[in-house]
Design a protein around this ligand. Structure first.
Ligand code: C2O
Length: 547
C-alpha cells in the first residue's frame, strides 16, 4: 500500500459548450475534473486549495471513510466549507473497496461542474472475479447549464419554485452530436475488434436518472457502487445520480463499416418540466492503416426505453445480486437491532410573509423525510457532536416513523406538517439497522435515489404500493441482496435496506437529486464510538476549516 498525493486547485476556467462560453468553477482548469486512481488499501491525501469566491467542500462519494469521517466532505455535516484562499487536505485510506466511485463538490449546486472519477484498482496481488479487460474507460454523465447553476438553485429557493432544467446532458463533459452546435464536442471511444473493454459508468448528473445504451452492442454488468455483483447481460443500463456501474463491452470480432452511437437520456416518472434530450458519444473501431470500405460508413443509434419505463426499471434493478463470495463481498446482517420507517415526500411549506412563492398554490416547495424538512446548520454537525456543543445546533429526536400512518388508499399525510428542523438519529456503535423507505408520491410521483454516506447498505426488499410490515419481510432477500451506497426508491413504492452502524461519525443521507436535497429531503445519523480504541473516531485534523 502507498500514499497518493493530489492537489486540487479550485480555479475559474472558461469552457465552451452549445456555442456558449462561460467561466466555470473547476479543479486545476479541467472539466470534468481529474481522475483519482488508487489501489485498495492506499492512503489518499488530496490538498484542496480554494482560489474562487464560492465556498467549497469535496465529497468522495461511496468511499466508506472508516474512522476518517472528517474527510467525508458534506458541507455543514462533517465540515465547514473551505473558504476563499483556504486549504484543507482530505486524508483517508481506502479500506475493503475496489471498483468505480466518484468525487464531487458537496455544497449547494457546486457539483454541477466539480466532479470526476475515482478508480480503485484491486490490491497488487489480487485480480478481478472476471477476465482482466483489455482497457478500462471511465464514462461520466453530467449536466450542462448555460446559466450559472448556483444562480439557478438560489433563484428557485428564494421564490419557492422549481429550478430551471439543464441545457444538456454530457458524457465526459461533452453534450455530443444530437444537440445544436455541439457535434465537435463529442466523446469518442476508439476500440479494437475482438477485445473486452470495461466501461466505468458514473452518473454525476444533478437531477436525472439515465438510461444508457450502445447501438448494436450489449454489455455485461459486473459491479455496482464499487461492489462486485453476479454478472448479467443487458442492452440498456439504468443508472441513478450517485450510482456507479462497471460494465464489460465485448467488441465485434471484425471491423464494422459503421460508427455506433452510445447514448443516454432520462428515466422520469414525475410530471412537470424536464429535459428529455439525448446525450451521445461515438464508439468507433480503429481500422488498420490503409483499410478502406467501398460503401458509405453507416451510423447506428441505440433504441432507448420510453421516458417512464417503470416496469423495465423495476425488472432491471431486481437483477442486481451480490456476488456473495466472502473473498470479495460482505454479508447482509441477519438480525436487526433497530427498525425505522421513513416516508420520503415532496410537499410544500407556507410562503414567508411579504413574499410571492411560485410553488403549488402559492406555497414554497419543501421535501421531507417523515415530514421533517432537514435544515442545514451554520456550523458542522460533526464538530458540534465531538465538542459536545449540540445545543442550538441539532437534536437527536429524528422520528422513527412518520407523524401519521401513511396509506396510499387513505388520506395522504398533511403537507402542513412539514417542519424545518435539524433532527438526527443517534445510533450506538454496531447497531444493525433496518430502514424502510416509502415514497409518498405527493406532488408528483418521483423516484428518490437515496444515498447514504459512510456505509454500503443491502437492498433486502422492494415493492410498489404500501410497505406491509406483516407480510413483506417474509420475502426479504437475506442471501444475496445487492450492496450499494445509492438506490432508487421507486415512485409510489418502497425499498427496505439494512446496514451495520460500525463506522463512528456523523453521516448524511439524502436524495441524490440535488433539487430534492435542496428542498430538504435529507437527514443525518450519528454513529457513536465503540468501547475499543479501534472503534473510535480520531480527533479532528488541525487544518479542518472553521465556519
Ligand atoms: Cu454524492 Cu451526499 O453525495
Amino acid at each position: 500500500c502507498m500514499t497518493r498525493n493530489y492537489t486540487f486547485n479550485i480555479v475559474q476556467h472558461n469552457v465552451t459548450r452549445l456555442c456558449h462560453t462561460k467561466s466555470i468553477v473547476s479543479i486545476n482548469g479541467r472539466f470534468p475534473g481529474p481522475r483519482i486512481v488508487a489501489r485498495e488499501g492506499d492512503q489518499l491525501l488530496v490538498k484542496v486549495v480554494n482560489h474562487v469566491s464560492n465556498n467549497i467542500t469535496i465529497h468522495w462519494h461511496g468511499i466508506r471513510q472508516i474512522r476518517s469521517g472528517w474527510a467525508d466532505g458534506p458541507a455543514y455535516v462533517t465540515q465547514c466549507p473551505i473558504q476563499t484562499e483556504q486549504t484543507y487536505t482530505y486524508n483517508f485510506t481506502i479500506t475493503g473497496q475496489r471498483g468505480t466511485l466518484f468525487w464531487h463538490a458537496h455544497i449547494s449546486w457546486m457539483r454541477a461542474t466539480l466532479y470526476g472519477p475515482i478508480i480503485i484498482l484491486p490490491k497488487r496481488n489480487e485480480s478481478y472475479p472476471f477476465r482482466k479487460p483489455y482497457k478500462e474507460v471511465p464514462i461520466i454523465f453530467g449536466e450542462w447549464w448555460n446559466a450559472d447553476p448556483e444562480a439557478v438553485i438560489n433563484q428557485a429557493l428564494q421564490t419557492g419554485g422549481g429550478p430551471n432544467v439543464s441545457d444538456a446532458y454530457t458524457i465526459n463533459g461533452f453534450p455530443g452530436p444530437l444537440y445544436n452546435c455541439s457535434s465537435k464536442d463529442t466523446f469518442r471511444l476508439k476500440v479494437k475488434p475482438g477485445k473486452t473493454y470495461m466501461l466505468r459508468l458514473i452518473n454525476a448528473a444533478m437531477n436525472d436518472e439515465l438510461f444508457f445504451s450502445i447501438a448494436n452492442h450489449t454489455v455485461i454488468i459486473v459491479e455496482a457502487d464499487a461492489v462486485y455483483i453476479k454478472p448479467f447481460q443487458t442492452d440498456v443500463v439504468m443508472i441513478t445520480p450517485g450510482q456507479t456501474t462497471n460494465v464489460l463491452l465485448k467488441t465485434k470480432p471484425y471491423y464494422p463499416n459503421a460508427t455506433f452511437l452510445m447514448a443516454a437520456r432520462p428515466y422520469f416518472t414525475g410530471q412537470g418540466t424536464f429535459d428529455n434530450s439525448t446525450v451521445a458519444g461515438i464508439l468507433e473501431y480503429e481500422h488498420p492503416l490503409n483499410h478502406t470500405f467501398n460503401t458509405k460508413k453507416m451510423v447506428f443509434k441505440p433504441t432507448l426505453p420510453p421516458l417512464n419505463a417503470t416496469t423495465l426499471v423495476a425488472n432491471f434493478t431486481r437483477k442486481f445480486r451480490s456476488l456473495n463470495n466472502p473473498n470479495f463481498t460482505a454479508s447482509v446482517p441477519q438480525t436487526v437491532d433497530k427498525q425505522f420507517y421513513f416516508t420520503l415526500g415532496l410537499g410544500s411549506s407556507p410562503c414567508p410573509k411579504n413574499t410571492t412563492c411560485q410553488g403549488p398554490n402559492g406555497t414554497k416547495f419543501a421535501a421531507s423525510v417523515n415530514n421533517v424538512s432537514f435544515a442545514l446548520p451554520t456550523t458542522a454537525l460533526l464538530q458540534a457532536y465531538i465538542s459536545k456543543k449540540s445545543n442550538g445546533v441539532y437534536t437527536t429526536d429524528f422520528p422513527t416513523n412518520p407523524p401519521s400512518p401513511f396509506n396510499y388508499t387513505g388520506t395522504p399525510p398533511n403537507n402542513t406538517l412539514v417542519s424545518n428542523a435539524t433532527r438526527l438519529v443517534a445510533l450506538p456503535f454496531n447497531t444493525s439497522v433496518e430502514l424502510v423507505l416509502q415514497d409518498t408520491s405527493i406532488l408528483g410521483a418521483e423516484n428518490h435515489p437515496l444515498h447514504l454516506h459512510g456505509f454500503n447498505f443491502f437492498v433486502v426488499g422492494q415493492g410498489f404500493g404500501n410497505y406491509n410490515p406483516t407480510q413483506d419481510p417474509a420475502n426479504f432477500n437475506l442471501v444475496d441482496p445487492v450492496e450499494r451506497n445509492t438506490f432508487g426508491v421507486p415512485a409510489g413504492g418502497w425499498v427496505a435496506i439494512r446496514f451495520l452502524a460500525d463506522n463512528p461519525g456523523v453521516w448524511f443521507m439524502h436524495c441524490h437529486f440535488d433539487v430534492h436535497t435542496s428542498w430538504g429531503l435529507r437527514m443525518a445519523w450519528i454513529v457513536m464510538d465503540g468501547p475499543l480504541p479501534s472503534q473510535k473516531l480520531p480527533p479532528p485534523p488541525s487544518d479542518l476549516p472553521e465556519c
